[in-house]
Design a protein around this ligand. Structure first.
Ligand code: ATP
Ligand code: MG
Length: 450
């Protein structure tokens, strides 16, 4: 057994030879700052300055001053554009401001009792109670006694089904005087109407009485239907709190990758041309930008290579395209498994819409709802069954189509159109002639002409 303090002869010889030849030990490359995936806060949260300003000014600043926000916030947008990432960013910031966070999962809220139980503080109440004699009694005017006792009694009543909305609001209000409260609810499209109604009404009352309680919801466009069923005036009261999120423009895409690589603390620069190629290929879809960033960083031969160039983009395109194909295959399964449209699901409908869009001028064209209806009807003819209204709703839910306002719509992710039509033809779900005159292949991005 070798002595722990001794270095082997081979190692010593290697070290001496390296020293003689002037070879320095290669520093390890830090972990990749890009980790594409649902809800991941990217290394550079690009193109969201306006939204971050609203969240900071209307929520964080107001709550930290013990004031209610001027409005609540809703981020309702198509899938994959970064709703959850922004919610996670907000949560991180709110924690830094010592704001109490309540994370609600609407799918797991069967009734208002559960809503009350999940929003009332638990550990916080005990911690606050321990402190209450020392610091909170004065802030509560000395009348409330131990906050922990009050909240735990409120929680007990809730679990026994005896909690009234009034008692719940009292508990929330008293707790918010100790620590302002931010209620976050992602996937808001799954809210049950009665739960959403009770939450919005309750929060509105707390705010009306001047308590620092705020609500942020995020969800797909179906969210408005779910909330509409709640009969709540939440939507009308949002004002500046209605935050739209969409695909990133060229400047934001370039930041997402160009600044993202710098998050590793390495002195890596990226050529503008390379970043423009990445934007063109990703079409500003945030998830694909993260995939690009990850592939480029992995492939970089640092420290010999410290600059991302068009050649690096070309070298990893096939890999990125493979990830994109896998990502699209889950969309395909959703189309194929859509119930109510016969054995091939919604595939012919999506393929008909894709063909219509591509023939109207390309995958990023804006088309009218009336045109879409005509293409949907054509696709339904192949399905043999299914309602136009349901098909449109599902395509919006999947993010295949998104509203562009004024009776217009466009592709949620442009390249998904081409991909879907090609896959439908290959799988013989639609006539092969649907591809005539169209280029359905994916191509690497081109270098700029200059
Ligand atoms: N502003 C941004 N800049 C760069 N990348 C982003 C940005 N926002 C989100 N991303 C990245 O995009 C991917 C998808 O984000 P996220 O899961 O938040 O989307 P989502 O809208 O919540 O999707 P879903 O509707 O499927 O829940 C993640 O990898 C995330 O890191
Ligand atoms: Mg999400």
């Amino acid at each position: 057994m070798p002595h722990a303090g001794k270095v082997s002869l081979g190692t010593r010889l290697h070290e001496s030879a390296s020293k003689l030849l002037g070879i320095r030990r290669k520093a390890a490359k830090p972990p990749n700052p890009f980790t594409p995936g649902p809800g991941r806060i990217p290394p550079c949260l690009a193109g969201r300055d306006g939204q971050i300003r609203v969240l900071t000014e209307a929520l964080l600043n107001r709550l930290s001053r013990q004031a209610p926000p001027p409005h609540d916030v809703a981020m309702v947008a198509q899938r994959g554009v970064g709703k959850t990432a922004l919610v996670h960013w907000l949560q991180m910031e709110a924690e830094r401001h010592d704001i109490r966070i309540v994370n609600l999962t609407p799918r797991e809220l069967p009734d208002t009792r559960e809503l009350m139980l999940q929003t009332l503080p638990q550990a916080d109440a005990e911690a606050a109670g321990a402190r209450s004699e020392r610091e909170t009694t004065a802030r509560l005017g000395g009348a409330a006694g131990s906050l922990a006792a009050l909240v735990s009694q409120t929680r007990r009543s809730a679990s026994e089904g005896r909690l009234s909305p009034q008692a719940w609001r009292d508990g929330m209000e008293r707790a918010s005087k100790v620590r302002p409260c931010l209620i976050l609810s992602d996937e808001a499209q799954h809210f049950r109407p009665e739960v959403a109604g009770a939450l919005f009404e309750g929060v509105q009352k707390m705010q009306g009485r001047g308590f620092p309680v705020a609500l942020v919801i995020a969800g797909t466009p179906d969210t408005w239907n779910a909330l509409g069923r709640a009969g709540a005036s939440f939507h009308d009261r949002l004002g500046k709190g209605q935050l739209s999120l969409g695909l990133l423009d060229e400047a934001a895409s370039m930041l997402a990758v160009g600044e993202g690589v710098k998050a590793s603390d390495l002195d890596i620069e990226a050529d503008g041309d390379a970043l423009r190629m990445v934007h063109a290929d990703s079409q500003g879809y945030p998830y694909f930008l993260q995939v690009w960033g990850e592939a480029l960083y992995d492939n970089l031969d640092w420290p010999n290579d410290r600059r991302l160039t068009p050649s690096h983009v070309e070298a990893v395109w096939a890999k990125v395209n493979g990830v994109r194909r896998d990502y699209y295959s889950s969309r395909w399964r959703e189309m194929a498994d859509a119930p109510g449209f016969g054995p091939v699901g919604l595939v012919p409908v999506c393929a008909a819409v894709a063909r219509g869009v591509l023939r109207s001028g390309g995958e990023d064209v804006v088309v009218s709802d009336a045109e879409v209806d005509a293409w949907v009807a054509e696709g339904l003819g192949i399905c043999g069954t299914g309602a136009l209204k349901d098909a449109r709703r599902l395509m919006r839910h999947m993010g295949f189509l998104v509203n562009a306002g004024d009776g217009l719509c466009c592709a949620g992710i442009p390249s998904l159109m081409r991909h879907t039509l090609r896959a439908a033809i290959t799988a013989e779900r639609v006539p092969s002639s649907w591809g005539d005159g169209l280029d359905l292949e994916a191509h690497p991005p081109e270098r700029s002409a200059v």
